[in-house]
Ligand binder design. Sequence first.
Ligand SMILES: Nc1ncnc2c1ncn2[C@@H]1O[C@H](COP(=O)(O)OP(=O)(O)O)[C@@H](O)[C@H]1O
Ligand SMILES: [Mg+2]
Length: 252
Amino acid sequence: MSDAVVEISGLRKSFGQQEVLRGIDLRVARGEVVCVIGPSGSGKSTLLRCVNLLEEPTAGRVVVDGAELTDPEVDLDAARRHIGMVFQQFNLFTHLRVLDNLTVAQRKVLRRDRAEAEAVARRNLDRVGLAEKADAMPAQLSGGQQQRVAIARALSMDPRVMLFDEPTSALDPELVGDVLGVMRGLADEGMTMLVVTHEMQFAREVADRVLFVDDGRVVEQGAPSEVIAAPKEPRTRTFLARVLDPTHTVPE
Ligand SMILES: Nc1ncnc2c1ncn2[C@@H]1O[C@H](COP(=O)(O)OP(=O)(O)O)[C@@H](O)[C@H]1O
Ligand SMILES: [Mg+2]
């Protein structure tokens, strides 16, 4: 039996005339951390959104935890239930306490009773270092704390895989470390993770595998020691030179 949590094959996605994903194959094994890097507009968010069918692929197959999401007959709500997603924007309910942000979907989707949902929520707030913020309102928290709440909310649904789309890009620099620290902790616990990020240090240290995506294709992939430290493809080199030193200009 295959131990892949995510299996994507021949994935294509067009918006009108524009083909944004041009044939992506990707397998994420249980417990594996895969980081996706690449220039703005290369299709990284679209790729992630196709994994839980927030975007409907134009072609190809997406299987998560044994369920084929691209099967027209699939129960999408059931298949999505255990796919955690964390966005650049935290998307918390601003009118609800932190604790209630974590219990809504558990109660509605997983049909947990209040006591159980709250117990799970408190456990996950503790996991992200925010046990004492259960009664706070989101607006009382820093951006980094709000993002950790969003992570705890996703964890409360017992995810088989966590998808992160540039989770630290909207944060002030001094708040980035705490969020990356939480993600590193999850990786250490064996969580299966697919992470779009510009944090090269994080990718180097935490990723089992790095994918460089450009123009809707996987241009290069491998261990961070290969792709980030010793990229083979000129496009990867150009991208990394820009990201690692934004003042660096690449000769034409
Ligand atoms: N819903 C949409 N409708 C039309 N075009 C889109 C939509 N979402 C993304 N795109 C286009 O697809 C391309 C890839 O976008 P995206 O996946 O967000 O790239 P990245 O996350 O790598 O920056 C961009 O040109 C973007 O404008
Ligand atoms: Mg994006």
